[in-house]
Design a protein around this ligand. Structure first.
Ligand code: ZN
Length: 366
């Protein structure tokens, strides 16, 4: 007998769109095409991809589709940051968790498994990077040195990380332009200045400009709305922040360009990481499939039923807590508690059967 989640993995379907550096118009078309999905599918909306996951086939117009274990592996890869422009960056994990938080039933179990596998994998790999490093990538791709003034458009998470990275790399002056000013202490710590987005064109010139504006920001015309840019223009927006290329000799680097510029060595690193992640995922799937026929299997199944019921109850009564985190933490606690008893009971099936009875869900249990 297979656990429900393991059986369901065979019918898991992922519909994938790559959206890095699309124009707002193209992005609108993709969102329109993707809107055919019903509420039984969950959407993972990250900076470079728009993906739908669900149980059962789908007939939408997605350019890429994955099934079964391939779909689950892909979800774990995305959550691990293996598809991010900056390998292993941590922001995408939050985006995936938010996306799958609305799932229920088998889809919830599968998504939880992929996220848990991704977290374990990230811990093992000791990933320690964030999307601020996209600034390094852009500078490398354009062969521009981190000198002079850096103007960052946007004070959201990406904008702040890029500004921090710019200061660490040695840019002389850091200026953050946004509608609302960022935290004053943060600006002081960075020795950065803040300006309003509407006042930018008044400046004489700036060396490097990085667009980090969110999807809802108005597109910016770099010719009329920005000061003259002398060395490099970087657009990290998805959709793109700038309406058209600057008609000067200044290079424009987008996320799509950063992805193109990856070295064969980096592609190989990503492939190897993906193989290691798959191992973690397959092990977790096998663990989830422990059958309930043996006394030890029955004990684990009973304990798992109680744990899951408690985790659901905890999540329901604590809406501020992340249900995936509750699930992961309770699972890890129970695993730890039962680790040694399980080892011992492996050689004592009769005792295991008696203990399994004690944990049999019955009247009065949750
Ligand atoms: Zn679809």
């Amino acid at each position: 007998m297979k656990a429900p989640a393991l059986t369901a993995v065979e019918s898991l379907t992922a519909c994938l769109w790559e959206t890095a550096s699309l124009s707002p118009r193209a992005m609108g078309i993709v969102r329109d095409l993707a809107s055919v999905h019903g509420t039984d599918r969950v959407v993972v909306d990250s900076c470079q991809r728009l993906e739908y996951y669900g149980i059962g086939p789908c007939r939408c117009d997605a350019p890429h589709r994955l099934h079964g274990l391939e779909a689950l592996h892909h979800l774990a890869e995305v959550a691990s940051g293996l598809h991010a422009a900056e390998l292993g960056e941590d922001q995408v994990m939050g985006q995936v968790r938010e996306g799958v938080s609305g799932a229920d039933g088998d889809l919830r179990a599968l998504a939880g498994l992929a996220v848990a596998a991704a977290r374990a994998f990230r811990r093992a790999e000791e990933f320690d990077t964030d999307s601020g490093r996209l600034l390094d990538r852009a500078l490398q791709a354009a062969e521009v040195a981190p000198q002079g003034d850096l103007l960052v458009l946007g004070a959201g998470r990406l904008g702040r990380l890029v500004a921090e990275r710019g200061a660490a790399l040695g840019f002389g002056g850091i200026v953050v332009a946004s509608r609302r000013p960022p935290d004053e202490r943060w600006l002081q710590a960075l020795n950065a200045a803040h300006v309003s987005l509407v006042d930018l064109h008044r400046w004489s010139s700036v060396d490097v400009v990085v667009g980090c504006l969110g999807a809802t920001a108005d597109p910016i015309d770099p010719v009329t709305e920005l000061p003259p840019v002398t060395r490099l223009l970087v657009d990290l927006g998805s959709p793109r922040n700038f309406v058209r290329n600057v008609p000067t000799a200044v290079p424009l680097i987008t996320i799509a360009r950063i992805i193109e510029a990856r070295s064969p060595g980096e592609e190989e690193r990503r492939r190897r990481a993906s193989t290691r992640l798959r191992q973690v995922l397959v092990e977790r799937l096998a663990g989830a499939a422990t059958d309930g026929a043996s006394p030890l299997g029955r004990l684990r199944k009973n304990v798992e039923q109680i744990r899951r019921a408690e985790a659901i109850r905890l999540a329901a009564s604590n809406p501020d807590l992340d249900p995936v985190a509750i699930d992961t933490m309770t699972r890890s606690l129970v695993n730890r508690l039962f680790h040694r008893p399980t080892e011992v009971l492996r050689d004592a099936p009769d005792l295991a059967a008696e203990i399994a009875d004690l944990f049999e869900p019955g009247p009065g249990s949750h």
